[in-house]
Ligand binder design. Structure first.
Ligand SMILES: NC(=O)c1ccc[n+]([C@@H]2O[C@H](COP(=O)([O-])OP(=O)(O)OC[C@H]3O[C@@H](n4cnc5c(N)ncnc54)[C@H](OP(=O)(O)O)[C@@H]3O)[C@@H](O)[C@H]2O)c1
Length: 252
């Protein structure tokens, strides 16, 4: 059954979603827009036409292109945030590098930490400084089951996603007094481009499915439902939390 999201009202809010060209980010952006928020889409250079076309016309504020792996790119956000102060920030963009630990190279390690963690810190700090002036806001990081587990051949990714949970709690503590809630979502196995190879591998996909009590892989819509809750006033007393959306995987 398609999820129904009536009842969450984000009218008058501006939301920035990173990595909104595909997958979870695209679906979260559409869900926030359908709940009434005006959206700043972030991409990475690829064509954003599909995401733009899927938003209600009056809800698309602008599309921004920033390469989050560029260590010098943080200042690229300044003009955007000056023009459109953000009420809801979803730090969704992320990359994974698969390589056994004994061979894991330093460069991809640095890239994964830069995109998944340092860029999140830098953008969140800029947005939170603005939010603190306006005494309110919602910041949502997209973590992972590998915020709690080590995975296989993904040392940099697991390290970055574990760190996101710590960052979520640290930010929540420092920002609660300003009326800003900071939470994370840890998606389970969600069908996106990111997991295409995994879901096509008959052995791994069967092993994964066998451990999911819900009996199916997740869909981006499953994550979007949690994001809507954390973006709305329904979660005003929820902060520093990482919400697992995994069909029951972690409890197994
Ligand atoms: N799918 C899952 O099962 C799963 C599970 C747990 C956590 N997650 C997390 O969910 C988030 C979204 O992943 P997804 O599954 O939706 O995969 P996806 O479709 O590959 O989305 C990843 C997004 O990150 C963006 N991105 C990658 N490198 C970037 C860079 N250097 N600068 C700016 N943006 C960059 C991509 O932009 P371009 O497309 O323009 O390159 C893309 O929009 C990630 O943080 C991922 O770790 C996913």
């Amino acid at each position: 059954m398609e999820p129904r999201w009536q009842g969450i009202d984000l009218q008058g809010k501006t939301a920035l979603v990173t990595g909104a060209r595909t997958g979870i980010g695209q679906t979260v952006a559409i869900a926030l827009a359908n709940a009434g928020a005006r959206i700043i889409l972030h991409g990475h250079g690829g064509a954003m036409g599909e995401s733009e076309a899927l938003l209600p016309l009056d809800r698309h504020l602008t599309t921004v292109s920033v390469d989050l792996s560029d260590r010098e790119a943080a200042s690229a956000w300044d003009s955007v945030l000056d023009a459109w102060p953000v009420d809801i920030l979803v730090n969704n963009a992320g990359i994974i590098h698969r390589q056994p630990f004994l061979e894991h190279e330093k460069e991809p390690w640095d890239d994964v930490l830069q995109v998944n963690l340092t860029a999140v810190f830098e953008l969140s700090q800029k947005v939170a400084r603005q939010m603190s002036q306006r005494e309110g806001g919602k910041i949502i990081h997209i973590a992972s089951l590998l915020s709690f587990q080590g995975g296989i051949n993904v040392a940099g990714y697991a390290a970055s996603k574990h760190a996101l949970v710590g960052l979520t709690q640290a930010m929540a503590n420092d920002l609660a007094g300003y009326g800003i809630q900071v939470n994370a979502i840890a998606p389970g196995y969600i069908q996106t481009h990111n997991t295409e190879a995994l879901s096509r591998d008959p052995v791994r996909s069967e092993q994964i499915l066998a451990r999911i009590p819900a009996g199916r892989w997740g869909r981006p819509e499953d994550v979007a439902g949690a994001a809507l809750f954390l973006a709305s006033d329904l979660s005003n007393y929820v902060t520093g939390h990482t919400l697992v959306v995994d069909g029951g995987w972690m409890g197994r």
